[in-house]
Design a protein around this ligand. Structure first.
Ligand code: AMP
Length: 420
């Protein structure tokens, strides 16, 4: 019997796995430079945290959570997103009692029972950043800029930024009522009609053409904003413009999570087919209160690592660039004693900071040299019985095939010199 990774999941294997590591680092780098500290939270949380934090009416909570009962009878859920956990951790540790905003970033697996397709998985990876406890349009603009810089840092040029505002608790209710009135008059199926009453904004996000066709004249949130929300949004826009971040206004952009208020944004890439969102986020001023905390106006984003990799592939950015730590020196021992000595030598080389590997499995000269070539190493060290007797080793430059004999006691320093 052979096993396969569960449906909707996959393994990252070399060399692609190395790209993933590099992407996570590159996406987080701008946030780290802006004073965001690293946070790691558990992969599972109390189910109620997501039910309340993400929202009962969302697809995530209503159909996509991996929920289970543990042996102590607790209902736990594999995290479907990072923000609720971060807010929970901030409240639990009182991080919000110090200087505000609390700036945090994370990187981790998320789990959603979704219909699996290219770019949409049941286990995927996000890098996220959150700034908690401040209501300041500069913070919204900062986060958006940091995400844009993350993509740019990877060389991506095809990422487009869409922004919108969803209003606040003052103006949202009026808009919601107007939208509900409009939606109730449409020809929609039962589940969608039910959604009108729970979360009408989500109906705007319905991708089905028969629904989209009826939404042409739907009221827009921009036409219902209060003065404060208008001013706030204008400030976010003008800071982005001033800092050279290109964006397009998308008055129909609503996002799948209940907690968003005011600024929302999404990064899309046109080379990805239907799953075009590579990242997104927004302001969530009410989330802390929803999970029992004090008022903590906050803003954040989550960027999809898997889709960012697909976007890089679509732009041909991963074509033939080397991935990972490239082996610099490769040991070719010939005979038992040489193998033992070579094991010590590569250990010494690694401790000296070089990337070194050697032939394993008792291969002969030909097989071991093939290994050296495949490893991509610049130098091979060939050690035979005669070399051992002479306390020397053959240093072979694999690009020129030039070979020199060097004393075993000096080879580490010689190689260190060559790579310094
Ligand atoms: P969200 O947490 O839904 O706002 O998603 C933020 C980003 O995570 C999206 O823009 C995607 O890039 C990525 N993402 C969300 N869901 C999935 C999924 N099922 N598979 C792969 N990436 C995902």
């Amino acid at each position: 019997m052979s096993f396969q990774a569960p449906k909707g999941t996959f393994d990252w294997t070399p060399p692609r796995s190395e790209r993933v590591l590099a992407i996570r680092e590159a996406l987080a780098a701008p946030a780290r430079r802006a004073g965001y500290g690293y946070i790691e939270t558990p992969v599972f949380e109390d189910t109620a945290l997501f039910a309340r934090g993400v929202g009962e009416s969302t697809d995530i909570v209503s159909k996509e959570m991996y929920t289970f009962t543990d042996k102590g009878g607790r209902s736990l859920t594999l995290r479907p997103e990072g923000t609720a956990s971060v807010v929970r951790a901030v409240l639990q540790h009182g991080l919000h009692n110090g200087q505000l905003p609390v700036k945090l970033w994370y990187s981790g697996s998320q789990f959603r029972y979704e219909r699996a397709q290219k770019g949409r998985y049941r286990h995927f990876w996000q890098v996220g950043a959150e700034a908690l406890g401040s209501e300041d349009p500069a913070l919204d603009a900062e986060l958006i800029m940091l995400a844009a810089d993350g993509y740019a840092g990877l060389g991506l040029t095809g990422v487009r930024l869409l922004i919108n505002t969803l209003g606040c608790k003052e103006c949202r209710p009026g808009y919601r009522a107007a939208l509900q009135e409009f939606l109730r008059a449409l020809d929609l199926d039962e589940p969608t009609r039910a959604r009108i009453e729970i979360n009408p904004l989500r109906v705007l996000d319905d991708k089905r053409p028969e629904v989209q066709a009826q939404l042409a004249g739907a009221p827009m949130v921009v036409d219902h904003l209060c003065g404060a929300c208008k001013t706030y949004h204008e400030e976010v826009r003008s800071l982005l413009t001033a800092s050279g971040v290109a964006f397009a206004d998308d008055p129909r952009l609503v996002r799948g999570l209940d907690y968003y208020t005011r600024t929302t944004f999404e990064f899309v890439h046109d080379g990805l087919g239907s799953q075009s969102a590579v990242g997104g986020g927004g302001r969530y001023d009410g989330l802390s209160e929803m999970i029992g905390g004090p008022s903590l106006p906050s803003v954040g984003w989550a960027l999809g690592v898997d889709r960012t990799l697909l976007a890089m592939e679509a732009e041909g950015l991963l074509a033939d660039e080397a991935a990972g730590e490239r082996v610099q020196v490769y040991g070719v021992p010939l005979g038992e004693e040489a193998r033992r000595r070579m094991f010590l030598l590569v250990t010494e080389l690694r401790r000296a900071g070089l990337v070194a590997d050697m032939s394993f499995g008792g291969k002969g000269l030909k097989g071991a040299m093939k290994g050296a070539d495949r490893s991509g190493a610049r130098y091979a060290l060939v050690l035979g019985e005669r070399d051992l007797a002479a306390r020397a080793v053959q240093l072979k430059d694999l690009t020129t095939a030039e070979q020199t004999e060097v004393p075993l006691t000096e080879v580490v320093d010689i190689l260190k010199g060559k790579f310094s």
